[in-house]
Write a protein that binds this ligand. Structure first.
Ligand code: ZN
Ligand code: ZN
Length: 355
């Protein structure tokens, strides 16, 4: 896809606390991923250590975002509107283990979207046997997957069931620890429950802990209670990285290794994943510093992986515009990706009425 290069104009343990919404919360997916996690590792998250990336122009592409159909905060259409307002022309909604948000946006009768939407998912694969990974996981984006692939949907549904089981176990554990959040969970499920094909994760639990005033922020809840090594942590179950990659490939998508800042130091592992079908590397990530981006771009070149990039926006403590301002995805890289995926993925808006 060729881009218009003109810049868009466009207890008690309770703590009193509503975090300042202008204070950015740094995290991985959990938004902090399944959690924001990387900054607590020695060498996996360098954005806070080096020169920040200064976007030469506002990114027209964001290939990694989350809505409240998984662990984001915004409704899918709210996210689309915020991204379009920030100048994004192509957006990948990559909710965890669900295409529910994308399906809603592409449903017959839905209002036209102000940007091109790329169907996507993020699978937090359980990397058994691979040492020294944050929480033992590798996150794989599936960009451009087929919305109508029933086998893939069945796979995602199994993943969501594992998430429900883990969610319940964590809530039970929190109750045992003296942090009952049943009322907050009921309220949250009423609004965004799994009946709609939405998926559950720790960020929602963290928000319930904040709502119950057991934590001052999502980040606080994650780091004190929910991340690995903390009292309410429960291990994830589900697909391994190679299984996730195979499932995405079978659904016609491009598997891209997400926010893996260690890619440069662990090129052998990345090469192994590339041999297993990974075709992209998330080189551009708003929490990466300039050196990390440069290192990962080198890895992508060396291993012939398509560079991808995104904000990993979830919505805690910041607006989309604030997240977008820290993101830079070069048009050239996006163009390469779209060439690989084919134009069918860029015409969803016009196809919406026939889906
Ligand atoms: Zn993510
Ligand atoms: Zn992630």
């Amino acid at each position: 896809m060729a881009f218009d290069r003109r810049l868009p104009t466009g207890a008690d343990r309770r703590v009193p606390a509503t975090p300042d919404r202008r204070t950015p919360v740094r995290r991985d997916d959990v938004p902090a991923g399944d959690t924001g996690s990387f900054r607590f590792r020695s060498n996996a998250y360098r954005s806070t250590q080096g020169e920040p990336v200064v976007p030469p122009y506002p990114s027209r592409v964001d290939l990694h975002t989350h809505s409240c159909r998984s662990d984001g905060i915004l409704e899918p259409m709210e996210l689309v509107a915020a991204a379009a307002a920030a100048g994004v022309q192509v957006l990948a909604l990559a909710d965890h283990d669900t295409l529910a948000g994308v399906r809603e946006l592409c449903a017959p009768g839905h209002a036209p979207l102000p940007l091109e939407l790329l169907p996507a998912v993020e699978i937090n694969s359980v990397a058994r046997g691979i040492p020294q990974l944050w929480e033992g996981e590798l996150h794989i984006l599936g960009l451009g997957v087929d919305l109508h692939d029933h086998v893939f949907e069945a796979t995602l549904e199994r993943q969501r069931l594992f998430r429900v089981s883990r969610f319940d176990r964590i809530v039970d554990r929190l109750r045992q620890l003296g942090y009952p959040i049943d009322a907050q969970v009921d309220e949250m499920l009423l609004a965004h429950g799994p009946a709609s094909g939405a998926s559950l994760g720790r960020p929602q639990i963290a928000r319930c802990l904040v709502a119950a005033r057991y934590a001052s922020s999502v980040d606080d809840a994650m780091q004190r209670l929910l991340v690995r090594g903390k009292p309410a942590y429960m291990p994830r179950e589900g697909l391994g990285p190679v299984e996730a990659v195979s499932a995405i490939r079978a659904a016609g998508g491009l598997p891209s290794l997400a926010h893996f800042a260690d890619a440069y130091d662990r090129r052998e592992l990345v090469a192994e994943l590339a041999n297993s079908g990974v075709g992209g590397l998330e080189v551009h990530y708003r929490h990466f510093d300039r050196d990390t981006v440069a290192d990962l771009a080198g890895v992508a070149r060396e291993l012939r992986l398509v560079p991808t990039g995104g904000s990993d926006y979830h919505g805690d403590g910041e607006t989309y515009a604030e997240a977008h301002a820290a993101l830079f995805v070069p048009d050239e890289d996006a163009t390469d990706l779209f060439a690989l995926l084919g134009r069918r993925h860029l015409t969803i808006r016009s196809e919406a009425s026939s889906i």
